[in-house]
Structures are given as structure tokens and as C-alpha cells.
Write a protein of this length. Structure first.
Length: 76
């Protein structure tokens, strides 16, 4: 078996395991399902700097003052 075949086999096993864990975590019936849910949540969490949905305005808690909010609501 060559090194490429070994890597491909390991990736296939890893993918099968990920699908199995994701399927188990969606059931939420037993303790092992809850542990799988915890693992999936921990593995799929993005670092804050990699998350494109983050808004620096919200993260820094920079709100609008009353005048800015009024201007925005009036559209001017």
C-alpha cells in the first residue's frame, strides 16, 4: 500500500466517523448522543477572527446615540 492510498483510506475513515457522530448528535436521546453533540459543537466552532458574520460594531458594543437612531429611522 502506498502512502497516497493510506492517506486516502484515513480520510475516508475520518469522513465516515464524522457522519456517524453528526447523525448521533442530532438524536439527543442518550448520554452518548449528548456527548456527540458536544463534540460536534466544539469541532465546528469558528474562531472569532474567521467568522465572516461577526460585526465589529456589535462586538465592541458601540451603539447608536438617540440622534443617530432618529436620523436612521427617518431615512435622512
Amino acid at each position: 500500500m502506498s502512502a497516497i492510498d493510506h492517506r486516502t483510506t484515513m480520510r475516508e475513515r475520518s469522513a465516515r466517523l464524522q457522519v456517524l457522530i453528526a447523525g448521533k448528535s442530532s438524536r439527543k436521546k442518550s448520554l452518548s448522543d449528548k456527548i456527540c453533540r458536544l463534540l460536534v459543537n466544539r469541532m465546528s466552532k469558528r474562531a472569532p477572527e474567521e467568522d465572516f458574520m461577526r460585526d465589529p460594531l456589535i462586538d465592541n458594543d458601540q451603539g447608536f446615540d438617540a440622534e443617530e437612531l432618529e436620523r436612521f429611522q427617518r431615512g435622512g
